[in-house]
Design a protein around this ligand. Sequence first.
Ligand code: A2P
Length: 294
Amino acid sequence: MDNITLNNGVQLPPIGFGVFQSSPEDTVDAVRTALEVGYRHIDTAAAYGNERQVGEGIRASGVDRDDIVVETKIWVSDYGYDETLHAFDKATRKLGFDTVDVLILHQPAPDRFAKTVAAYQALEQLYADGRVRAIGVSNFMPHHLRSLLDQTDVIPALNQIELHPYFTQPDVQRADAEHGILDQAWSPIGGITFYPGFGDERVSVLDDPTIRAIGEAHGKTAAQVMLRWHLQQGRNAIPKSTNPGRIAENFDVFDFALSDEELASLDALDTGKRNGPDPDGTDTSRFERVIPED
Ligand code: A2P
């Protein structure tokens, strides 16, 4: 498995481990299991409420902290320069580590973009101080990126976006590529297409007949096919699972290859329809959620 090299030289494994919607009770075991299976990159967020358990899982695994890429996100209610520096202290306290490897803004806040920029400038400071090894963004659309790049110095190392075969955001991928920003896929196997609470008219990507047929041809599951598609297209993917069998399944994607035709038929499944929250949405009530100190 070759690592991905970020635009500042930092190495990132292509398949990371996601803990969005992993309850604190499940997260310690999930992270420990993932590290035992071979994952070396864990993606969490202040807003997931499980940073503490991610730290515990890492320590319980016995794997050397320096061999693991720990990624977390600043939530919108902590945007602003000083607020974000303080949010970093909250995150490191919960994780139990002095440094974070990849620190990103959870999403743009269109109703307070100046604070979004100030938050990013705090990330730049933490990067300059050596407290984080790479900084980035999440859910940024091309116009958010343009505006951010105009007002800041360090080009984000990555942009974490909703990206699975039913929603591939080619415009964002193009904008990222123009600046050497890595596309990091959240819901890489389309969990957002079946998670409860995100709308009723969704169809699970895991049930897609094209993906299943490709999987059958390789003796692999639909989830493995999607992860291989990300891998071969140079993206970082962070599948979430709390089930030991599926945690292992999602890491068992290094022994087969999709053909160009198969990759193209996966690309062709894009519906252009977003499943997660609109980064330009006007319902900003969830931004007010307060991230606890401890
Ligand atoms: P679980 O934690 O019970 O395994 P995504 O990362 O794309 O958002 O997808 C996560 C969702 O997909 C979760 O509901 C997770 O449930 C489920 N999941 C994870 N891995 C697999 C898999 N290999 N096959 C089927 N479902 C999976």
